[in-house]
Design a protein around this ligand. Structure first.
Ligand code: ZN
Length: 297
């Protein structure tokens, strides 16, 4: 006897096909492809990208492949990602080219405890007098980051879900671990030129570095579960202005020439979900690869 196909089972059956970002729409990129896309060449990491306005009080001040952002307020500015220490003079120049002062930076925060995003904290603090705020899980990695023997400054430690406020601006830390234990995405609200509200998320990183062991990791057995929970956590945020620790994560180079057009090119809710899906697929492919290799032994 055949089981009748009820409307509900039919709906469940069709659900994956109806999803806007089904796997069939995604290019099959592996973690190594996304890693190369993100970091670019050594020259790109150190080459200034034209500093520019993104939306509301948010500006880009990073290099071609290392993203740094400035959020301006009347009470001082917030710097997100000081990058490598050698990049700090470039960030300072970008801030000045936009007409702001580096010394007006009051708070420094970062995406995660890797040198390409937070090594410059000590120098950036020295030049600005800003407070360095770290998410608790970032602290061990930051303490080990000592460019030129300098101690990594940490003035305040916050927890997942805590908010930082300055001059009417509020940024909430969303711990999205996997790439590192302290990987933090930053969520905040902005208003566009027409007065419409939008939600920004600076995605920490969802990337699996080429040398990462996902299957049977000796010290981080739950690493792939961390990634999965982070994808779910980010999907639950109704973000429509995606940014990231590397500009390719939100296709900055494609959007940059459209600055000034309407709608603001950085408003891209599909791009936000697309980046999460692309990374989830890559992580899953790598996990499966490593699981099969382990079983073949
Ligand atoms: Zn990293």
């Amino acid at each position: 006897m055949k089981t009748p196909l009820t409307a509900m089972t039919l709906a469940l059956f069709l659900a994956p096909l109806a999803a806007p970002l089904g796997a069939q729409d995604l290019p099959r990129l592996m973690p190594d492809d996304l890693f190369r896309r993100n970091i670019g060449t050594p020259e790109q990491m150190d080459t200034q990208f034209p500093p520019h306005h993104i939306i509301d009080n948010v500006y880009y001040i990073g290099t071609e492949t290392l993203a740094s952002f400035l959020i301006t307020t009347d009470a001082g500015h917030i710097l997100i990602n000081s990058d490598y220490e050698r990049n700090v003079p470039t960030l300072k120049d970008s801030v000045e080219k936009l007409g702001f002062k580096f010394e007006d930076i009051a708070i420094i925060i970062g995406s995660h405890e890797h040198a390409d995003h937070m090594e410059g904290d000590a120098l950036a603090k020295e030049l600005s007098g800003a407070q360095v705020i770290a998410v608790a899980e970032q602290v061990p990695g930051l303490r080990a980051m000592r460019p030129g023997g300098k101690e990594h400054p940490i003035d305040r430690v916050i927890a997942d879900g805590d908010a930082i406020t300055l001059g009417g601006e509020t940024l909430t830390a969303r711990l999205t671990p996997g790439h590192t234990d302290g990987c933090a995405s930053w969520e905040f609200d902005v208003t566009d030129a027409n007065g419409a509200p939008h939600k920004v998320v600076i995605i920490c990183s969802l990337g699996v570095n080429p040398n990462y062991q996902l299957w049977n990791h000796p010290d981080r057995p739950g690493i792939f579960e961390q990634y999965r929970q982070s994808y779910a956590k980010l999907r639950a945020i109704p973000a429509d202005v995606p940014l990231g620790s590397h500009p390719a994560m939100y296709r900055m180079a494609e959007k940059y020439p459209r600055i000034g057009q309407e709608p603001n090119p950085f408003i891209d809710p599909e791009g936000y979900l697309y980046e999460i899906a692309l990374n989830e697929q890559a992580m899953t492919l790598r996990l499966e690869e490593q699981r099969q290799a382990a079983q073949a032994q």
